[in-house]
Design a protein around this ligand. Structure first.
Ligand SMILES: [Zn+2]
Length: 254
C-alpha cells in the first residue's frame, strides 16, 4: 500500500487517515482536516484552497471574538447581530460593522483554543443567496426534505460559498428579504418606482453600448459604466457596506 504524507504537517498517512484533495495532494484527517469547517468541500478543493481556508478561519475567529461576539450582547439595537440558520454552522449579520460571520461550534476538538470558529465576510461581497431544497434519507431510511440558503461571496479566498441550513422556505425568504433590504434591492412590484428607474437606466446604457459596439466606437470607460449600472440594478447599492466593512477590518488587514 502506497504511503503518502500530509501536505500541511508532513505526517505519514494511509488509506484510513488521509483525505485526498482535488489536486492530488493528501492531508491528514486527524489534525489538518479538522482545521477546516465541516461544510467545506475538501474533495473539490486544492491544497491552496485548504490553506487559504485555514487562514480565513484563524483571522475570522479573531475578528469574531474581538469585534463581533461583544456586539452579540450589545443592548444597542443598531449594533445587535442578526442570527440566521438552524443546526450549525450559524450565520450572524452585523450591519453596524458591514460584516457577516459563519460560526461553527466545536464541542470536543478545539483548534485555536476556542470552542467557536468563524469565517468572516464583507456583507458587500455577498453575490448570491439562493433557495435550495434537497431530499435525503435520514438514519431511519425515511426520505426527508432539507432546505438551505446557498450563499456565495466574491473576491474571497478560502471558503467563498456554502449552504446555510434553514428551517424552511419561510426562513429563507426572510433571509433574502433581509439582504435585499440592506442592498436596497426591491423585488416587489408595489414599490416599483425606484426599481423601474434603475431598470430603465440599466437598459438605456446597455442599448447605448450595443450601438457603440456596432459602430466600433465602444470605449473601455463606456463598457465599465454599463457593467456598473447593470450591477447596481441586480446587486443594489453597496457603497456604505464596503466603507463600513473596510473600516472594521482595517486593524486586521495590516
Ligand atoms: Zn496534517
Amino acid at each position: 500500500m502506497a504511503k503518502h504524507t500530509c501536505a500541511i504537517c508532513g505526517i505519514e498517512v494511509g488509506l484510513m487517515s488521509e483525505q485526498k484533495l482535488a489536486d492530488g495532494n493528501f492531508i491528514c484527517r486527524k489534525v489538518c482536516s479538522k482545521k477546516t469547517f465541516k461544510n467545506f468541500d475538501k474533495v473539490s478543493a486544492t491544497l491552496g484552497d485548504v490553506t487559504a481556508h485555514i487562514e480565513q478561519i484563524e483571522k475570522g475567529t479573531r475578528i469574531w471574538n474581538e469585534l463581533l461576539l461583544p456586539l452579540k450582547k450589545s443592548k444597542n439595537k443598531d449594533e445587535k447581530l442578526k442570527m440566521m440558520g438552524v443546526g450549525g454552522p450559524l450565520l450572524y449579520a452585523s450591519p453596524s460593522t458591514g460584516l457577516v460571520a459563519l460560526v461553527e461550534t466545536r464541542y470536543k476538538f478545539m483548534v485555536f483554543g476556542k470552542s467557536e470558529l468563524a469565517c468572516v465576510y464583507r456583507i458587500a461581497d455577498l453575490m448570491q443567496y439562493d433557495f435550495v431544497e434537497e431530499t435525503a434519507k435520514n438514519s431511519e431510511g425515511k426520505e426527508e426534505k432539507k432546505q438551505y440558503c446557498a450563499m456565495m461571496f466574491k473576491d474571497t479566498a478560502g471558503m467563498y460559498g456554502f449552504r446555510l441550513a434553514v428551517s424552511g422556505r419561510k426562513e429563507y425568504e426572510s433571509i433574502a428579504k433581509y439582504f435585499d433590504t440592506l442592498f436596497g434591492i426591491q423585488k416587489t412590484l408595489g414599490n416599483s418606482f425606484k426599481n423601474a428607474k434603475r431598470q430603465m437606466d440599466a437598459i438605456k446604457s446597455i442599448t447605448n453600448t450595443v450601438k457603440a459596439a456596432a459602430a466600433g466606437t465602444l470605449d473601455e470607460a463606456q463598457a465599465a459604466e454599463t457593467i456598473g449600472s447593470v450591477d447596481a440594478y441586480v446587486h443594489g447599492d453597496r457603497t456604505q457596506w464596503i466603507e463600513k466593512a473596510d473600516a472594521a477590518l482595517a486593524p486586521y488587514n495590516k
